[in-house]
Write a protein that binds this ligand. Structure first.
Ligand code: ATP
Length: 164
């Protein structure tokens, strides 16, 4: 399935805006234009929901979430940034592990099982993309989805395959 990554990102972004009126949501989408990627729409939507949901869950003080959409010739990048509690360097390598939660006592009341990010990363890698994180403890985090763009030629070829 060919999905416009920007379009899905904008849709999830608008839903979060409605659900969390106490947060400031900012979008940085400088390019416009299409960003076709080969992924099931629901899968990309699910991953974005996991990242946006975490951004909200782990922001206590500064209730602000930024989404940015950018692309180069090969990939589209969707970045979800928060200014919340952040992740210590010693923990950052494990946040994508199943059932891993940084601070069990502290994060219990935030809900969850520690599954969201591991599922998100598996999904994205299943489509030859990458899900990475940069974070500073006490300052916030950026989770970045990178997915290969498909070019026009691939699209034509794909349609032919489907028709056959
Ligand atoms: P769920 O299974 O409901 O997603 P979860 O949020 O605990 O629960 P993950 O989404 O896999 O699980 O996240 C794993 C851990 O990584 C979290 O428990 C939290 O400690 C840390 N984490 C994830 N996102 C952020 C974030 N934006 N800021 C700070 N810590 C985060």
């Amino acid at each position: 399935e060919i999905t416009d990554a920007r379009e899905v990102a904008l849709q999830v972004f608008n839903n979060f805006k409605m659900i969390h009126p106490d947060f400031v949501f900012l979008i940085d989408d400088d390019l416009g234009g299409k960003t076709p990627v080969k992924i099931y729409r629901n899968h990309l939507e699910q991953v974005l929901i996991i990242l946006m949901d975490n951004a909200v869950k782990y922001s206590r003080k500064r209730k602000e979430v930024h989404l940015s959409v950018s692309k180069n010739a090969r990939v589209v990048d969707l970045a979800v940034q928060d200014f919340g509690e952040g992740i210590a360097q010693k923990d950052i390598g494990r946040v994508f592990n199943r059932f891993y939660r940084v601070d069990k006592a502290r994060s219990r009341d935030a809900g969850g099982n520690g599954l969201g990010l591991s599922i998100a990363q598996r999904l994205i890698e299943g489509y030859h993309g990458q899900l990475t994180v940069e974070s500073v403890l006490g300052q916030g985090s950026i989770f970045r989805i990178s997915l290969p763009l498909i070019n026009e030629q691939d699209t034509v070829q794909d349609n032919r395959v489907v028709k056959d």
